[in-house]
Design a protein around this ligand. Structure first.
Ligand code: GDP
Length: 475
């Protein structure tokens, strides 16, 4: 298999050493705005020195992890703000460096003035994610845990936050270490074969090697199987509402969000762009896309709307096909380009028979080779039948949740797991055909390397920058 270039990789030990000489950083850890309290964070060797310079009263001893009441003062001993402060002695702090936190008044002015004073005394403003990056570089957390912190901050639902909390506690890190140990075991047995070919030590056969590589592959596959559900928990279940113009798509969306943000009119084709609304059903994020009515048109704007609808259809996990008459489903399908019609055959569909207040006697509709999971009867403008749709959407996600292990929610991690699996498959293939130990070892080395990249044991600078730039400042 193709091997990636190793030039940019920086072993973590080197990075750790470099952190010892890092400057002291500071930032506001809370969001700027009108609030009761704001927290200014300082990390680095000079943290305590800076605090002592700007804090009144002068304290002879500042114990770690205790709260102290006082004032932040300027050089003329004028009060900048009344605060609480706390000192976290290294390594027992978020960054594993010496840290100080100042709890000042919220709002722009007080926070800004306290932060400015800290910077004036020798700290520099932190980059986004730099506190967490330091915690990683110091070896307090691994990369999966650093990513989990960002996931907690940006979690949109309880469920995704819970997954991230588990990852922060080390669930993914432990699973990876389990796989890594299995690989290392085979690795060392192969080395024994090479190093002591003629000794009395029993040699492991290639057949045994091939067998032993199965277990880590199985674990990787299980993790990858759960990845699509993990993405749904994190990014939300994408649901596209489709159907002929005027079927009641916008009304259905409105009923689902119990709001009125979608424009509802009786002029066909008014939803030219895609409207997205997010709702939460029992902790699961549902992203609803109201698509433009798919209809033949020469109108340039409507054409663009149709293209966007098609994209939403392709990317969605579930389609809500809204019809108001029996013949609408066929009519609608006939309007689709063959490529999109094909997409409909593979997607899971909820068929919504809308406007039952006008048309009570819906006849049976042939499924037309579609994967229709459920059929609903609704009167969207009256909110009838909506609860049932919500319930079934929730059940659909819940039924997929059969994984007991770690849920992968992160694309970077997923890609690296896939790469690892490919190397292991290759190693197994080589073992099965009786290739040399060296060749099998090469594949195992590469597998180990990609696992190391997940945890950050081996890091590529660009990857680090990308991960930490996603954080907010102060974290
Ligand atoms: P869209 O073009 O598919 O988005 O359809 P709209 O939601 O804009 O609805 C088109 C028209 O049908 C509007 O006049 C709605 O008030 C009406 N409508 C939507 N749902 C229902 C329903 O359940 N019952 C009745 N009677 N009218 C509805």
């Amino acid at each position: 298999m193709d091997r990636q270039t190793d030039d940019q990789r920086i072993p973590r030990e080197l990075k750790i050493k470099s952190t010892l000489f890092k400057d002291t950083i500071a930032a506001c850890a809370t969001a700027f705005g009108n609030a009761g309290v704001a927290i200014i964070r300082i990390s680095g060797n000079k943290s305590l020195k800076i605090l002592k310079k700007i804090f009144s009263p002068k304290l002879s001893k500042l114990e770690s992890r205790k709260l102290y009441y006082g004032k932040i003062i300027n050089s003329k001993k004028e009060v900048i703000d009344e605060v609480l402060v706390s000192y976290f002695k290294a390594p027992k702090s978020y960054t594993a460096e010496d840290m100080v936190e100042i709890y000042c008044h919220g709002g722009f002015v007080a926070t800004k003035r306290v932060l400015e004073k800290v910077l004036k005394e020798g700290a520099r403003i932190a980059r986004p994610g730099e506190f967490t990056e330091r915690a990683f570089l110091a070896g307090r957390i691994d990369l999966t845990q650093a990513e989990a912190i960002a996931d907690i901050i940006y979690a949109k639902t309880e469920k995704s936050q819970k997954i991230a909390e588990e990852q922060l506690a080390g669930s993914l890190k432990n699973e990876i270490s389990k796989i890594l140990n299995l690989i290392l075991k085979v690795h060392s047995q192969l080395l024994l074969n090479i190093d002591f070919p003629d000794e009395d030590i029993p040699q492991i056969t290639k057949k045994e090697i091939a067998f032993k590589i199965l277990k880590p592959q199985k674990l990787l596959k299980e993790m990858l199987d759960g990845a699509s559900l993990g993405t749904i928990y994190k990014e939300g279940l994408k649901v596209a509402i489709v159907g002929l113009p005027n079927a009641g798509k916008s009304s259905l969306l409105n009923a689902l969000v119990k709001d009125s943000r979608a424009i509802v009119t009786d002029i066909p084709g008014t939803t030219r762009d895609i409207l997205e609304e997010q709702i939460e059903i029992k902790g699961i994020l549902i992203r609803l896309f109201d698509t433009a009515g798919i209809t033949k048109t020469e109108n340039k704007i409507e054409k663009e709307g149709i293209l966007r609808s098609e994209r939403a259809i392709k990317e969605s996990h579930l389609l809500l096909v809204v019809i108001e008459k029996e013949k609408d489903l066929e009519k609608f399908l006939n309007l689709l380009r063959p490529e999109i019609k094909q997409v409909f055959k593979t997607k899971e569909i909820f068929l919504i028979k809308n406007k039952i207040d006008l048309n009570k006697g819906f006849k049976k509709i042939p499924a037309k080779g579609l994967n229709i999971l459920k059929v609903f009867k609704t009167a969207a403008i009256k909110g009838i039948g909506i609860k049932n749709i919500e319930k079934e959407i929730f059940e659909k996600v819940k039924n997929k949740d059969t994984t007991e292990g770690v849920l992968i929610t992160n694309l970077r991690q997923k890609n690296l797991l896939e790469i690892t699996l490919k190397y292991l498959e290759e190693a197994q293939k080589l073992a099965e055909i009786g290739e040399t130990e060296d060749k099998i070892l090469q594949e195992l080395d590469s597998a180990k390397n990609s696992l190391d990249k997940i945890t950050g044991e081996v890091v590529v600078k660009e990857a680090l920058d990308k991960i930490f730039s996603k954080f907010c400042i102060g974290k």
